[in-house]
Ligand binder design. Structure first.
Ligand code: FAD
Length: 643
């Protein structure tokens, strides 16, 4: 394997031919020295959203909650903030609505508000990131002259039954026709290229690095359903013989591991034990089986099988377990609908369509097809002439009624942009930021409400997007989606095969493509919330170089037998770090059974004076549908307040 050093490989961008294809600002960032990031370059050169060179989706290196997005918020949390920024200057701006948070919930709030109140509404959206969309983040790369579009967060339109008619109506009004994905998503791509669902056994835990095919159709979360696939997998897998016998049993012997109990009793048991406990104490499997499943739940729950209730994990249990227990699938949606409702940049396309609808001149076009390759005009986002303004790189630090919250006619919002505090005034405010931030913004909220908001701990996770110059090695190995039970990244997948409008997914193995990696930092043995806190601390202290090292090391070991050479084949890396990721979903293992209306997120999201609360957190569901639904609720609440 060719060696590649930090000097050759700077902030995710291979410092060779590919750099010539990069936007000029990023290229110059690279030229400015080995320690400068494109982000720092933007800042040092004063390139803000009004500059035509400003184009965050093309930035690589550390993205997600990127450097520059969270420091002000953390200083506010630590009580050091006001010493640093001083008094706020008056902007003199006055809005009908100020929205804090420019994710899908904040953007939807603005959309609903304008729709319900009228097109003359004046709205300001503040967001602390350099791009809008929140978790719905677009990653772009240019390799060999071809633009590759990937997603750095919110992946797909999923769990369609969770969409209320209004939420689905919003997607339709934006121009999204869900059925068209059936044509745009090439459901035969992986099979036609022999790309299978595989498992990578890591030498650290299993004694040897080994990539083993699991099933032919390469579905997400693939686990063998065919006895031949299972036998081939077990023949190659570096597992103890007893573990192999146990896996055969779990898959194909219909055993009721909770025999003698009614369905309700079984559910009660499974709600209060982890998947790990179920496997160890009820299915009595060999330790290798537990090791094999340990990270299976990472991508969805942010923790391993030690902290996921067995009932919630039933969906990925082998057929023999499910049929033996004879319970309906509690996860309902999982596996029931095809996982194909995916734009190349994930739900960032929804955010981009919302912005296009809100701000005139923000993007050309009008369809779900043309949004994919449309270049956003960031300079249009914050124009005085526009009814809706989106102000990026702006962290709200204070949201305070002008006078008594019960009688006030306005709310002042102070935000920090480039180290300076500014004050704007709004008739109403919707906080579509993260719940945990709100008590710091509004310390005068009732204590019970602040406690409700602070209760939930968002799930930390990392989405890595890696551009490779061709995928010949993956084709040779027949690996399309890979589950990694004990590696740094728990999932390594070729990007979804979606072609929309003028954007075409890679067609031949000689073409460049994107690889998607998932890591959820957690600490088995602790409660879910403690694991999330520990994971978040890890993310904030892990430098890009560490992620880069693991990307190159893991991909190198996984695909070496196919001829993959990280130094030659990797053309760009973006690490989307989300220390505050998924909204917290209560766990039957750790959270009490709340009385009706008493769940912390319900107490936390009550309107306060002229302030309402949106964001997926306020629905306690980490889904786009929740972000939209909560936006509509918050919007109706502010509209019901006196004007
Ligand atoms: C990695 C990842 C993958 C996901 N995949 C899916 C998926 O496939 N399908 C799905 O339906 N859902 C998915 N989700 C859930 C996703 O969170 C929601 O779908 C939705 O995007 C959340 O939108 P939101 O506006 O509620 O929150 P966010 O997107 O988090 O937006 C809130 C915004 O407020 C900003 N903010 C916070 N504090 C301040 C402040 N003080 N001042 C200014 N701005 C502030 C934040 O930085 C952020 O930009 C995923 C989430 C993550 C993290």
């Amino acid at each position: 394997m060719t060696n590649i050093t930090r000097k050759d490989f700077l902030n995710g961008i291979a410092w060779t031919a590919g750099a010539a294809m990069l936007p000029a600002a990023v290229t110059r960032a690279l030229e400015s020295g080995p320690d400068a990031s494109a982000e720092e370059y933007f800042l040092s050169q004063g390139i803000g959203p009004s500059d035509p060179r400003y184009y965050p989706p093309a930035l690589t290196g550390m993205r997600g909650s990127h450097p520059g997005s969270f420091e002000t918020g953390h200083a506010l949390r630590d009580g050091t903030h006001w010493d640093e920024v001083g008094a706020a200057s008056e902007t003199g701006e006055h809005y009908d609505l100020i929205v804090v948070g420019g994710g899908i919930s904040g953007l939807s709030t603005a959309y609903f508000f304008r729709k319900l109140r009228g097109p003359k509404s004046k709205i300001l959206i503040l967001d602390n990131h350099d791009d809008f969309g929140g978790h719905a983040k677009r990653n772009e790369f240019t390799v060999g002259g071809k633009t590759l579009i990937g997603y750095g967060g919110t992946q797909s339109i999923e769990a369609l039954s969770l969409y209320t008619p209004e939420a689905m109506g919003l997607l339709r009004e934006l121009g999204i026709d869900i059925q068209r994905f059936e044509k745009y998503y090439d459901q035969n791509f992986r099979r036609s290229h022999g790309l299978r669902a595989s498992c990578f056994f890591d030498r650290g835990a299993f004694g040897v690095d080994k990539l083993c095919a699991q099933r032919a159709d390469s579905v997400h979360f693939g686990t063998p359903t065919d006895p031949h696939d299972l036998e081939a997998f077990l023949a190659a897998a570096p597992l103890a013989e007893q573990a192999k016998r146990d896996l055969r049993r779990l898959h194909f012997e219909k055993v009721d591991y909770l025999a003698g109990k009614s369905a309700a009793q079984k559910k009660a048991v499974l709600e209060h034990i982890s998947i790990k406990t179920f496997l160890e104490q009820h299915a009595h499997v060999h330790a290798d089986v537990v090791k094999y499943y340990q990270q299976r739940t990472h991508g969805l729950f942010g923790v391993g099988i030690d902290a996921v209730p067995a009932l919630s994990g039933l969906w990925f249990m082998p057929e023999g377990v499910k049929t033996g227990l004879a319970l309906s699938d509690e996860s309902g949606e999982m596996g029931a609908e095809p996982y194909i409702y995916h734009f190349p940049d994930g739900n960032a396309s929804i955010a981009r369509m919302l912005v296009r609808a809100l701000v005139s001149g923000a993007a050309p076009g009008s369809t779900m097809e043309d949004i994919v390759t449309a270049r956003m005009n960031y300079a249009a986002l914050d124009q005085a002439s526009s009814g809706v303004r989106i102000r990026l790189n702006s962290t709200a630090v204070r949201v305070k009624h002008v006078g008594d919250p019960a009688k006030a006619e306005a709310v002042d919002v102070v935000y920090v942009n480039a180290g300076k505090a500014h004050r704007v005034r709004g008739a109403k405010v919707v906080l579509a930021c993260w719940n945990v931030v709100i008590p710091y913004l509004c310390p005068e909220m009732p204590q019970a409400q602040r406690e409700g908001l602070a209760y939930c701990v968002k799930v930390p996770l990392v989405y890595g997007t890696v551009a490779i110059q061709n995928w010949n090695s993956l084709k040779r190995l027949g690996a399309g989606t890979v589950y990694c039970p004990a590696s740094y990244f728990s999932e390594v997948n070729m990007d979804f095969p979606v072609s929309i409008g003028s954007y075409h997914y890679t067609q031949t193995p000689d073409d460049p493509c994107l690889i998607h990696l998932v890591r959820t930092p957690c600490k088995p043995g602790l409660s879910t919330k403690e694991q999330h806190r520990a994971g978040r601390a890890e993310l904030f202290t892990t430098p890009f170089e560490t992620f880069e090292h693991h990307v190159r090391d893991q991909l190198g070991r996984m695909f070496a037998a196919g001829g993959f050479d990280p130094a030659r084949d990797i053309r760009g890396i973006t690490i989307n770090r989300w220390p505050h990721g998924y909204a917290y979903d209560y766990s039957t293992l750790w959270d009490p059974q709340w009385l009706e209306g008493q769940a912390p997120h319900l107490i936390g999201r009550k309107p306060f004076g002229r302030i309402a609360i949106a964001n997926a957190d306020s629905g306690a569901v980490a889904e786009t549908s929740s972000a939209i639904e909560q936006a509509l609720r918050a919007c109706r609440e502010v509209l019901a307040m006196p004007s």
